[in-house]
Structure formats: C-alpha cells, structure tokens
Design a protein around this ligand. Structure first.
Ligand code: UD1
Length: 347
C-alpha cells in the first residue's frame, strides 16, 4: 500500500481532454501528488487554471515532448517518488491518421516506448495505457468483451492502439515487478458537470460531439452525418458514448487496483463503455432535445476508417474495478452543451 501523501502519479497528456478530467478525479478522490507532462501540441495551457478552479489545486506540468527521450529524462528527474504513470498523450484523430500514418506511428508508439523506458529506469511499477475500442475493428458479435479477438485495424490510429497494447503487454511480461492496465475507451464525450472543463480541440474538430456543439453555437456551419446507408437501425454508425468523467473515474479505480495489488494478471484489460449502442442520428436527436437547439445537419458520404457498429460489454470493469458509469446520453450531451456555452461566454 503506497503512502498517498508522499507519492506521485505522472499523467502524460494532462492538459488533454481525458487527461484533465482524470486529474480532476485523482485530486478529488486521492492524496497523491499529480504531475502532468504535456507539450500542448493539441491542448491549451489554461486547462490547468480550469483544473484549479474546480479542485482548488494547482498541478505542475512538465512542458516536454515525450518523443524526445533526452528532454523527457531531464524533466522526470524533478519528480519526487513517482509510483505510477497514466499514459494518455497521443494523437487521436482517425481521419488524420489515414492521411498521415507516419506521424501517428512515430508519435503514438515513440512516446509510449519512451515513457516505458522511464518506468524501467525509475522503477515505476504501475502503468495505465489509454487504449481504444478501435482495436476490435469491425467485429462479428456484439457487444464486445475483452476476449473478442482483434479484427484488422480500420485506421493507422487503431493500429497504433493495437501495437501499443502489445508493447505494454510484452514489456510487462519482461519486468517481474511491473503491472499494467489497458483501458479500452469506447467514445468519451461530454464535459465536467461544473461546465468549467471540457473538450478543447485545436482547429476544426473531427469527433462528433464537439462538432455538434460547435455547429449549434454557430462556429461551424453544418454537421455532416457520415453515411446513412450502413446496415444499422437507421443507417448511421453505432457507437458506445460514455461520459468523460465516468472514464476519468475508472482511471482512479484502475490505479488503486494496481497499487493495491488487486489484479490477478500482470496486465489487465478493461472495456470502458456504458454498454449501450447509439447511432449518430440518435446522438444528434438527444442533443437537440436537451439543448433545445435545432441542429443544422445533412447526410454525407461515409468516412474512411469508420467502424460500423460497436458497443461494449463492460461487466469486467464493473466487477473488478467496482466501477459504475453514472451518466446517460442526455446528460452527456447536456454537459457538452453547457461547456460550449461556457466557452462562448469566456470570449
Ligand atoms: C474513434 C474510436 C474511439 C477513439 C476516437 C478517438 C472507433 C470505433 N472508435 O472514435 O475509440 O476514442 O476515435 O478520436 O474507432 N461523425 C459524423 N460526423 C462528424 C464526426 C463524426 O457523422 O462530423 C460520426 C462518425 O462517422 C462516427 C461517429 O460520428 O460514426 C463518432 O465519430 P468520432 O467522434 O470521430 O469517433 P470515432 O471515430 O467513433
């Protein structure tokens, strides 16, 4: 059992969407010191002000590129008693990964290898990797369990997650005192219920929910629904949307699980989804209902790299981590809208 008052958890990508929500939960639910590593390549420096506004605590951030091992080593030397790493930092756009695969392999795999080298050197033995349901590809049988075999990755992004899982598992096998958790996120959406922190994409968003809220706010002209001719109930793709604070809460539970040695295997894998499949059009209609905004959208062609239908069996995470996702789709959409309105007010 670690002494929370004297130990540090390192969060890479701490200024990012899931990273920042996880830091909030860690600060609120534990006494660990949290140190973030983020070079703001796809995030904003004021995220740490937002975290402070919510928690009353200031988090130290090391502004270095994790792909550069030399500067990473120098920065890590200042961290006192690191006992765990949660590795979020990665690029995450499916379409961008199709257009720029080398960037994705280099960034997502290079940073992972470097952070594992840091764990090895500093004897950090508790590691959580941000994986994704995209590792499953297009599957035959739904919902997917952690045992569902991987199909061909539909995008280079998805492939970096498949390869990333292998890298973590193989490293874990080689290091007797090292333990790891692979968290397969389904589609994290929504924002902190305070309305003070949320997704802050640089430039035009690729993900559905920020695209919806920015369209409703008049920043973007129109949402395109990518395809309505799939073999699904309304023809649009089906996903398992899950509130980002539920995802964040699972990280706190997973880190405690590792530190308290609750796991039966050196590497444990968990699906993080609600278990509900929701179509793109259903998501749009939920948004329209809770925001009372009519959304300007049209049906367009399919998007390259899209999986057709995927949702989780989350029984293992519920049982092993004692984790229960709290928020439903309407609450996810409402929190995302509240955050968008907050951003508008700030301007
Ligand atoms: C994918 C991964 C997910 C990962 C995320 C990171 C899969 C199944 N999921 O999410 O694990 O966390 O990347 O970015 O691979 N859509 C539109 N119009 C838009 C934007 C999106 O119709 O303008 C549709 C997409 O076609 C898709 C759904 O909305 O059906 C969700 O898309 P998006 O938010 O981009 O996430 P995924 O690609 O599903």
């Amino acid at each position: 059992m670690a002494n929370q008052n004297t130990s540090t958890i390192i969060v890479t990508g701490g200024a990012g969407y899931i990273g920042s929500h996880t830091i909030i939960e860690l600060l609120q639910q534990t006494d660990y010191t949290i140190v973030s590593i983020d070079n703001f390549s796809n995030s904003n420096t004021d995220t740490f002000d937002r975290i402070e506004a919510i928690t009353g605590k200031r988090v130290k951030n090391l502004n270095v590129d994790i792909c550069n091992l030399e500067t990473l080593e120098l920065a890590i030397a200042s961290v006192k008693n690191p006992i765990g790493v949660i590795h979020f930092a990665a690029f995450k756009s499916v379409p961008q990964s199709v257009a720029e695969p080398l960037l994705y392999y280099q960034n997502n795999l290079g940073s992972l290898i470097n952070i594992l080298k840091i764990c090895q050197k500093h004897h950090i033995s508790n590691f959580i990797f941000s994986s994704s349901c995209s590792v499953y590809g297009n599957v035959e049988k739904l919902p997917v369990t952690e045992q569902t075999p991987f199909s061909v990755a539909e995008s280079p992004y998805a492939q970096t997650k498949q390869m990333g899982e292998d890298i973590v598992s193989n490293y874990t096998k080689s290091a007797p005192s090292f333990k790891s958790v692979l968290l397969r996120y389904f589609n994290p959406v929504g924002a902190h219920t305070s309305g003070l922190n949320g997704e802050y994409p640089r430039g035009k968003p690729d993900n559905l929910v920020p695209y919806i809220t920015q369209t409703a706010a008049g920043i973007l002209q129109k949402l395109t629904v990518f395809g309505n001719d799939y073999d699904t109930r309304d023809g649009s793709c089906i996903r398992d949307y899950i509130h980002v604070s539920d995802i964040a809460d699972a990280h706190v539970k997973a880190m405690n699980y590792l530190i308290d040695n609750k796991q039966s295997k050196q590497t444990s894998v968990f699906n993080l989804g609600t278990g509900n499949g929701v179509s793109v059009l259903e998501a749009v209609h939920s948004f329209e209902k809770v925001s009372q905004q009519k959304l300007n959208y049209e049906i367009g062609p399919r998007r390259a790299g899209d999986v057709i239908n995927i949702y989780a069996n989350n029984d293992f995470a519920k049982k092993e981590l004692n984790w229960i996702p709290k928020y439903n789709l309407d609450e996810m959409m409402l929190s995302a809208w509240k955050w968008q309105l907050h951003l508008q007010e700030e301007k």
